[in-house]
Ligand binder design. Structure first.
Ligand SMILES: [Zn+2]
Ligand SMILES: [Zn+2]
Length: 806
């Protein structure tokens, strides 16, 4: 629903007369003295009044009245647009900002249909039970006759399930329940499915990577069951803003989907500053005198984003400005609060008391007390993880500091949106961390304030997802040749492999599941059995880590964050699939390093660009986590590197790679001795920039570079998906290679360091200790690639079957 008109904030006793964003920004800037200006860009995001339009003609009077009782007198234009499309039978995704009222966009056509057709039903899917429960409250609150909304999930008592299946016309559930409960029990759901008018997929951008690929097939299985009853429900999807939501929604559902992206809801004005902490003089670089080896430790570093955020927070508070700082980890938030408090107390004893750190574990009463203190100005500064989103309702903030790129534009705007009291302008500052992507973004405001480029990525053709999903489908009803089209690329091969493995039997009428038990498929499990994280003292299960990342995340000695609480891993038992941990908050973080080798299994598609080749294909990766670094949280200083004894692992996955001829490198001035360092540096930066194009983080991706690879027989840089069968990230990289590598080149070129630093070509997870690395060489390598690659949009050569790379 549309956001209610901004409620006037309470007026505290000592609210400063006017901390206009421009004035505050001037003060923060002045602090840095004569050095280079840390502000790389200031964007004025103007207030937007919002555009209301009349209710669509078909809106029943009863529904208008119900929305009016809730305070909604008319829809915003984007809501009406999406609703009109859906009501006319077009699959539609509405991808607009936080609090732009996406739920009204689907409630309107879905509920209008339920009122007009007393037999119709609606299925609503949310990624979490909590969100489904919220939506249940919203729909039930409209008090519409005969809709009988109900949640149906793992917590629904058995006794109520049959009633819901028979009588509810608006069922709210999640993909896991659809997969484990509804589809296998479709016989019980036939009455519901044969009348299904709409499938609502809320927060659909969360269905990404391997999990998203699974969900895409669960939705195809749902479509298949509906089709058996002659039903073709309309899909209505809601997404955070992202690049190309129509394509992502199309992949998720397997249907053509129209996108509504023009947000017509009102918002307050924000002055948004991008802030790059200055480089420290060389001899002050953390790690310069440290024990840790590795050439990289001598590189210059920037002032840490945490220190910079703490100073900005202190300055803002000293100016009487109500400020919230978002920091990624809880420990980081505490460092920011403590550092700011210390600085304030030095200036004016006692002033430090007006800054606090917010803990995720706060009780409700404590949260209310915090809100009250901020509202009345007893508290002026707060440092928090984004857990704050969950439980605290803060109004009347003047400024928001965002310490490090939060991962997506959706989170960035969500955090920035915390600032601004009624009608007033607010200030938001993004403080860049030592990371290639952060560096790129503070120098490329168009990537933040223009149209988003990061797309939600998933890969329905992943054979590791497709085969088990087809087994589930066959267990629900025999597969027919027509079904293979529904499940898309690779379905025939997957069915053949299931027949060969004895899971399916082919008969003239189709493929039959051969076993009595259903196939066991976990939508969220990936890369082997998940590893349980258990608190040693109590035996309490804290959660699980997927098998693919366990070596990285829960090795002995790793600092493991769980819902904002810090634990240290005592031991990792791979045979039992269990990591024992104890609560502890050391003032360091841990970073695992691995070594990797890779062979090319097949090429799917390639671009022949003279001296440069660009490829997409399957690869076999062998990797071993060999050690981890401990780093001081406050400064990033490397404390030490400790060895680990973990087995090597094999991974069949999808990679993108480019090759360059040795002649082209020589012609570009890369000396043979510099080739390994040039490729290695380009690889690191390319991995760091891929999240700009796809919704992944650098831990989802791996890389390898070599001056001569036996399979390509050329200098080569590989970037691969860290998940069995691939998750769509490498594919997206291949599809946007020119854009992606251009951004990579710019990020390196625009970094002010001389010879490479963590903001450009160094990687926190490098198994070779960031050695060798050549920053100038990387620029030359990328120049050669970009000079030869065809412009974006040019067609790649067709898939080459199982052509072996020679
Ligand atoms: Zn640099
Ligand atoms: Zn490396």
């Amino acid at each position: 629903m549309p956001p209610a008109a901004t409620v006037a904030a309470g007026h505290g006793p000592d609210r400063p007369p006017g901390a206009a964003p421009a004035e505050l920004l001037r003060r923060l800037r002045a602090r840095t003295g004569g050095d280079a200006d840390p502000v790389t860009h200031v964007e004025r995001v103007p207030a937007r009044p919002g555009e209301q339009v009349p209710w669509p003609q078909w809106t029943p009077e009863e529904l208008r009245a119900a929305f009016a009782r809730r305070g909604v007198v008319a829809p915003w234009r984007h809501q009406a647009e999406a609703a009109d499309l859906a009501y006319a039978g077009t699959h539609v995704v509405v991808a607009t900002g936080t609090a732009s009222g996406k739920s009204l966009a689907y409630q309107l056509p879905a509920l209008a249909t339920l009122l007009a057709d007393p037999r119709a039903t609606v299925l609503y899917l949310a990624p979490t039970k909590a969100l489904a429960a919220d939506q249940l409250r919203a729909v039930a609150g409209l008090e519409l006759d005969g809709v009988r909304p109900a949640t149906y999930d793992g917590d629904t008592p058995r006794a109520e399930r049959e009633w819901i299946r028979r009588h509810s016309r608006f069922v709210l559930t999640n993909p896991d329940m659809l997969h484990h409960g509804v589809l296998p029990g479709h016989a019980h759901w036939s009455g519901f499915l044969r009348r299904l008018a709409y499938v609502v997929v809320d927060e659909c951008h969360t269905y990404r990577g391997v999990f998203g690929s699974h969900v895409s097939h669960v939705l195809r299985r749902l479509r298949r069951q509906c089709a058996r009853f002659g039903r073709t429900p309309v899909f209505l999807l809601a997404s955070a803003t992202s690049g190309d939501p129509a394509t992502a929604a199309g992949r998720l559902t397997g249907l053509p989907v129209a996108a509504v992206t023009d947000d017509a809801s009102p918002r307050g004005g924000v002055t948004f500053a991008l802030w790059e902490p200055p480089l420290l003089p060389g001899d002050h670089a953390p790690g310069a005198g440290g024990q840790a080896g590795g050439a990289g430790d001598l590189a210059p570093v920037r002032r840490s984003a945490l220190r910079e955020t703490a100073d900005l927070l202190a300055d803002a508070v000293a100016s009487g400005v109500r400020t919230l700082a978002f920091v990624r980890s809880r420990k980081g938030a505490e460092v920011v609060a403590a550092t700011a408090r210390r600085a304030l107390d030095e200036a004016v004893p006692g002033l430090g008391d007006r800054v606090a750190a917010y803990r995720a574990g706060y009780l409700r009463e404590e949260r209310r007390e915090l809100e009250r203190a901020l509202l009345h100005g007893d508290l002026l500064g707060l440092a928090s993880t984004n857990a704050l989103e969950l439980g605290v309702d803060l109004v009347g903030l003047d400024a928001v500091l965002i310490c490090g790129w939060p991962g997506t534009r959706a989170s960035l705007w969500q955090q920035a949106g915390r600032a601004g009291r009624s009608g007033d302008e607010a200030l938001a500052v993004l403080v860049a961390r030592d990371d290639p992507l952060d560096t790129y973004l503070v120098h490329h405001p168009e990537a933040l304030f223009g149209r988003p480029v990061e797309a939600t990525v998933l890969d329905p053709a992943n054979p590791y997802v497709l085969a088990p999903q087809l087994a589930c489908a066959a267990a629900e009803a025999p597969l027919t040749p027509a079904d293979l089209d529904l499940f898309g690329d690779g379905a025939k091969e997957a069915v053949d492999s299931l027949v060969a493995a004895g899971a399916l039997r082919q008969r003239p009428t189709g493929w039959y599941w051969r076993h009595r038990e259903r196939p066991e498929v976990d939508l969220r499990g990936e890369g082997g059995a998940p590893v349980c994280v258990v608190e040693a003292a109590t035996g309490r299960l804290l959660g699980t880590v997927d098998g693919g990342s366990a070596h990285f995340l829960v090795h002995a000695g790793a600092v493991h964050l769980h819902q904002g609480v810090s634990y240290v891993v005592d031991s990792l038992d791979l045979d039992d699939g269990c990591a024992l941990v104890h609560p502890e908050e050391p003032d360091w973080s841990t970073h695992a390093r691995d070594v990797t080798s890779l062979t090319v299994a097949s090429v799917r598609s390639y671009v022949d660009a003279g001296p440069v080749g660009l490829f997409l294909g399957e690869v076999d990766v062998t990797s071993q986590v060999v050690s981890y670094q401990r780093r001081r949280i406050s400064s990033g200083e490397v404390i030490d590197t400790r060895p680990l004894d973990l087995p090597a692992r094999e991974l069949r996955t999808v990679a993108v790679w480019f090759t360059l001829s040795p002649e082209s490198l020589a012609a570009a001035g890369v000396e043979p001795a510099d080739v390994p360092g040039a490729l290695h540096a380009a690889e690191h930066a390319a991995i760091g920039l891929l999240p700009l194009m796809a919704t992944c983080d650098r831990w989802d991706i791996g890389g390898l570079s070599t001056a001569l690879h036996p399979d390509t027989e050329a200098p080569t840089v590989f970037v691969y998906d860290g998940h069995p069968g691939g998750a769509g990230f490498a594919e997206r990289a291949y599809g946007t290679a020119a854009q992606w590598l251009r951004a990579t080149r710019d990020a390196i070129a625009e970094c002010g360091c001389e010879a490479g630093c963590p903001s450009c070509v160094q990687s926190p997870k490098c198994g070779n200790g960031n050695n060798p690395l050549s920053k100038p060489g990387a620029l030359r390598v990328l120049d050669v690639v970009l000079a030869n690659l065809p412009a974006p949009g040019a067609a790649a050569l067709p898939r080459q079957g199982d052509r072996r790379a020679e």
